[in-house]
Design a protein around this ligand. Structure first.
Ligand SMILES: [Zn+2]
Length: 254
């Protein structure tokens, strides 16, 4: 079984110092990044990777260039209510903050990630508060003990040819998503790297929880992916400009 992967740009460009993308270097540079979610599809199977952000959250966080995930999905003929599966790579607000937009979806998240953000008092401290969203966490909590929330313990193939890979570093238990495509095994690495060049230059981006784990995650993902071109980052504008446009705001990565 092979799948297509689409990237949806739901916000951006956002400007920051280069040091945001190339941790502890390039302070003097200015870079632009986008916010994305992804869709893995084959026939009637549709699996989202990350959930974008709600319109409320976009206002609260002052997100420039925001388009709601619902609108972007409509451009490819999907309603948010049709989405049955959402893999959450990690519980930062810009990746999980749109979860409540998908009332019929089952969410897949690493248990260790979930417990950290929902139950660990450290997650209440300022550097972690800055990047999480209470409304999102409470929405996920309301799904606990229902079949709409699946807490994964480490690597797991959740559909034929689609495997969640525990990939810590940026957060305690981020998960990347390995996907069999027509071009080979691709990996949606989410924020294991903000840009393609992080993987190539073996350099992390910012918001580091565990730098040693981050480098081991690079080894793991590079050993599993068919080629570096198929290892996709979380925020690179190249995912919008370098690939075939499918509809307004979406491109085909593989
Ligand atoms: Zn993140």
């Amino acid at each position: 079984m092979t799948y297509e992967i689409l990237a949806f740009k739901y916000a951006g460009p956002l400007e920051s110092s280069g040091a945001f993308v190339m941790w502890f270097k390039e302070w003097e540079k200015t870079v632009e990044r986008n916010c994305y979610f992804w869709l893995i599809r084959e026939g009637s199977t549709q699996i989202m990777v990350d959930a974008g952000a709600t319109p409320d959250l976009a206002v609260k966080r002052n997100l420039s260039g925001y388009i709601s995930p619902e609108k972007l999905l409509q451009q490819v003929g999907l309603n948010a209510a049709d989405i049955k599966h959402v893999i959450l790579t990690h519980l930062h607000w810009d990746h999980a903050g749109g979860s409540s937009l998908f009332p019929n979806a089952r969410f897949y998240v690493q248990e260790e990630e979930y417990r950290f953000w929902l139950d660990d008092p450290i997650s209440e401290r300022p550097p972690f508060k800055l990047v999480s969203d209470n409304a999102c966490n409470e929405y996920l909590r309301s799904l606990e003990d229902t079949d709409r929330l699946v807490l994964l313990k480490g690597d797991r193939e959740i559909f034929p040819g689609i495997e969640c890979l525990k990939a810590p570093g940026h957060t305690p238990a981020l998960q990347a998503v390995s996907v069999n495509t027509g071009k080979g095994k691709a990996i949606l690495g989410s924020d294991c790297a903000h840009f393609f060049r992080n993987y190539r230059e073996d350099w992390p981006s910012s918001l580091i929880t565990d730098l040693v784990a981050w480098m081991k995650t690079y080894d793991k993902l590079k050993s599993k992916v068919s080629s570096l071109d198929l290892l996709f980052p979380g925020h690179d504008p190249l995912m919008t400009t370098r690939y075939e446009k499918i509809a307004e705001g979406s491109t085909k990565l593989a």
